[in-house]
Design a protein around this ligand. Structure first.
Ligand code: HEC
Length: 151
């Protein structure tokens, strides 16, 4: 059994040690050499793209890094998957884009807004996901495997 003063020392020592570990890891995470977000690449266009993303509630249907709705395709790596031209066509289209049946909103975006959206997707596409798998649903994984077998 610990005496009262031993218990106090144990409590204070434990608190100080875990607090120092916490501070150390926080400093480590924020070191520029450990940056995973390429924050230096965030320019005016990327910010504008993010504003359009937020103000139009794109995440009501889409997700980025797993956050958002599951009605429409995941968009973290859309620039890699579809390329700039395709994305701009979807965003500037006067009619709802829906080759697979579900409808994308016909935003009829201007050239500038579509460019800003593309800049945002380019930036987000370069974020280091640290091995995070965007496709989390086992059903979606099976479907992907089947598609790869066919091709
Ligand atoms: C009402 C739901 C909805 C909203 C809101 C929405 N989308 Fe979509 N979007 C879709 C659907 C559904 C598709 C897939 C259409 C298809 O391929 O058949 C799509 C497709 C796309 C694609 C092509 C993705 C791919 O992999 O083919 C991009 C890029 C895109 N949307 C961007 C946006 C952006 C940017 C916003 C906000 C400004 C937005 N979407 C808002 C439903 C939505």
């Amino acid at each position: 059994m610990l005496s009262k003063s031993q218990a106090r020392a144990f409590f204070l020592g434990g608190t100080v040690v875990t607090f120092l570990i916490f501070i150390g890891l926080t400093i480590y995470s924020f070191m520029p050499s450990n940056d995973q977000t390429n924050f230096k690449d965030i320019d005016k266009n990327v910010v504008r793209g993010k504003e359009i993303w937020e103000s139009n509630n794109c995440m009501g249907c889409h997700s980025i890094m797993g956050e958002g709705g599951y009605y429409a395709p995941e968009l973290t790596k859309v620039i890699e998957r579809r390329g700039e031209g395709y994305i701009k066509a979807v965003l500037m289209s006067p009619a709802p884009w829906a080759p697979k049946g579900r409808k994308m909103v016909a935003y009829k975006m201007s050239q500038e807004d579509a460019d800003a959206m593309v800049a945002y997707f380019k930036w987000i596409g370069k974020i280091d996901l640290n091995g995070f798998d965007r496709i989390v649903s086992p059903l979606a994984k099976d479907k992907l495997k089947d598609q790869q077998k066919i091709q």
